[in-house]
Design a protein around this ligand. Structure first.
Ligand code: AMP
Length: 400
């Protein structure tokens, strides 16, 4: 038995989950949030116990890691830090360098660093998180687990952008995708729902505040909706999804704002929030739409159509489909949005949804939401990126 930590470090947060492996039992989880602020939050929840939350100053990630390690001892979660046999870090951008997870060393660190321009909001923060653990636990191996790795099996005609080739050669401009760790998890869980002898063509819909779809054949990614960055693909909570490149220079000219400001608006003020003007959260949008708010109604319709359009695209890309999977915050919890999405493609794809099953398969439940008449089974599978991280740590570090 070994204790393995899965870490997701953001620019001002550090989320963690400690597992007992290989049992895959969660021992505790938590977050240090608002790092860099006087009123930061440190919360830790040991499995089966109440969450312990403190508001205090957390000046940087190194302090957050110190607090976490202290809390593990204070809460009696570990009796010695030597019990931790490995730490896995979520890394959003692995570029074309990484098609699987790697143990951190100087070279891996440098490559991740060199990719910061492709993921300025993420890779820098991941490295800060990694360095904090490396310094706090010098005898423990750290593993980098890439969001992009699963998508490295795409063919050039799927990942290339039709812009001058030199931009690919000089600046590595291409589609990398994201949420790969989740799509890989879902494709593995999907195996249980695939009929024997099926062609194993899966369309995986990870739709949460960030949303991406993935076309998977024989357990390998052939296409995915996010692009160079997570801005592309379907409409999201606050992101535009696919948008004509001309909109950017046009808005720069018309508004007098600079490109960076418009880019931030595309990332943070668009999507469900931008259209509805209500919220980026589907719960608020659903409520507003049911009260007749026209823009909230439009936001739900646009969201459903964008996701359905990608399902249609991937049906063609895969030459058919043997399973559709819904996951993440919206996909796991919103029967309303699932119904709206599936209504858009049920006629073309011969989908028949069991409304009762759709209504009850929420809040972490897994299962089919289609009837036996449906030409393609539709299933809800709660995702678990952290357990994938812990598994990769175990397979690379081989703790004794
Ligand atoms: P994620 O990024 O996967 O954590 O998803 C978060 C998003 O999922 C929220 O912003 C909501 O839009 C949506 N969501 C979470 N819980 C629910 C729920 N119970 N009902 C409807 N939507 C939900």
């Amino acid at each position: 038995m070994s204790k393995i930590m899965a870490v997701n470090a953001g620019s001002s947060s550090l989320k963690f989950k400690l597992f007992e492996m290989p049992e895959e039992k969660v021992i505790c989880s938590g977050i240090a949030d608002r790092i860099g602020h006087e009123d930061a939050i440190f919360a830790i929840k040991p499995a089966g116990k109440e969450k312990n939350e403190t508001i205090c100053s957390i000046p940087d990630h190194a302090v957050a890691v110190e607090m976490l390690l202290e809390a593990l001892i204070d809460e009696g979660i570990v009796s010695s830090l030597d019990e931790i046999k490995g730490v896995g870090h979520r890394i959003v951008q692995g570029g074309a360098y990484f098609s699987h997870s790697e143990i951190f060393d100087k070279k891996v660190e440098e490559k991740i660093e060199s990719l910061i321009p492709l993921a300025p909001l993420h890779n820098g923060a991941h490295l800060i998180g990694y360095r904090a653990f490396r310094d706090a636990l010098p005898n423990v191996k750290n593993v980098a687990v890439f969001d992009t790795a699963f998508h490295q099996t795409m063919e050039p005609e799927d990942y290339m952008y039709a812009c001058p080739y030199e931009y690919y050669e000089k600046y590595a401009v291409r589609r990398y995708g994201a949420h790969g760790t989740s799509h890989l998890y879902l494709s593995q869980k999907a195996e249980a729902y695939l009929k024997e002898g099926s062609k194993r063509r899966v369309i995986s819909c990870h739709i949460g505040s960030g949303a991406s779809l993935c076309a998977i054949k024989d357990g390998k990614c052939v296409a995915t909706s996010m692009g160079l960055t997570p801005l592309a693909g379907v409409m999201m909570g606050t992101r535009t999804g696919d948008i004509d490149g001309s909109v950017m220079p046009y808005l720069v000219k018309q508004t007098g704002k600079d490109a960076e400001t418009i880019y931030q608006e595309f990332n943070k003020k668009s999507g469900l929030l931008g259209i509805s003007g209500v919220s980026n959260d589907t719960r608020d949008i659903e409520k507003a739409a049911s009260e007749g708010n026209e823009r909230a109604i439009l936001a739900t319709k646009m969201f459903a159509r964008r996701v359905a359009d990608y399902i249609g695209q991937y049906f063609v890309r895969l030459g058919g489909c043997d399973l559709i999977v819904f996951s993440a915050g919206i996909g796991e919890n919103s029967e309303y949005f699932r119904k709206k999405i599936l209504e858009q493609c049920s006629e073309a794809l011969g989908l028949v949804i069991d409304q009762e099953l759709n209504n009850v398969t929420i809040k972490g439940k897994e299962g089919l939401i289609s009837t036996s008449e449906s030409k393609i089974p539709v299933v809800v599978i709660p995702t678990d990126e952290e357990v994938m991280i812990a598994r990769d740590v175990v397979s690379l570090v081989k703790p004794k």
